[in-house]
Write a protein that binds this ligand. Structure first.
Ligand SMILES: [Zn+2]
Length: 206
């Protein structure tokens, strides 16, 4: 089981359906392998349901009842000719896009079209021993290890482990020697990169 878990606020936001699409995908990789966090999510969901049941009944907006009744009288719209869009599996998401090499042992793949507008979703592949660009954050960064492991100032992260960093954190993950490290990262704002990576940032979408 994973040893590095998301923040409690993140699990409660997930349970409330309030996380953006990319962050949701990152979190679900962790939840797949973490019974502890799945239990927490179920607890938040139950709590949310109980709060809804206890909520005071709210007044209808003026004309609300008439609009609701009129909507009931309307004919059912034709079903769309396209099949309803289904959520892609992680493997399907990972198979899309193309790798942008950043050197012989580091590459990124932008998957932003699977994220919400303004969000960045990136797959990072680093050979064992390779350091990622040192960076800070303008907003939350949620990153999950899919394969291999990396280390940063806070310790080691292996498959399924989730790293959450905020605006006050700078770090430089390094892939642990011996195996390629594959990570999925979702951010709400551009990373604060230093050095040459900063100039490549528009291309990298980090
Ligand atoms: Zn967990």
């Amino acid at each position: 089981m994973s040893e590095r878990h998301p923040l409690s606020e993140t699990l409660s936001a997930y349970a409330a359906g309030a996380l953006p699409a990319g962050a949701r995908l990152v979190l679900e990789v962790h939840l797949d392998g973490c019974a502890h966090c799945r239990t927490e999510v179920a607890r938040f969901e139950a709590l949310g349901g109980a709060l809804l049941c206890e909520a005071e009944p709210s007044e209808l907006a003026p004309g609300g009842l008439e609009r609701a009744l009129a909507a009931l009288d309307r004919p059912t719209p034709e079903p769309p000719s396209e099949p309803p869009s289904r959520r892609l599996t992680l493997d399907e998401v990972l198979a899309r896009g193309f790798w942008i090499p950043l050197g012989p042992s580091l590459a990124v793949k932008r998957l932003s079209r699977f994220a919400d507008p303004g969000e960045r979703l990136v797959l990072i592949r680093a050979a064992g021993g390779q350091a990622l660009p040192e960076h800070g954050h303008a907003g939350p960064e949620r990153l999950v290890v899919l394969k291999g492991a990396f280390e940063d100032q806070l310790g080691r992260y292996g498959p399924g482990d989730l790293s959450e960093r905020g605006p006050d954190d700078r770090h430089q993950p390094v892939a642990v020697p011996g195996e390629t490290c594959l990570c999925l990262s979702a951010t709400d704002a551009p990373l604060r990169l230093s050095g040459i990576a900063r100039w490549l940032q528009p291309v990298l979408g980090l």
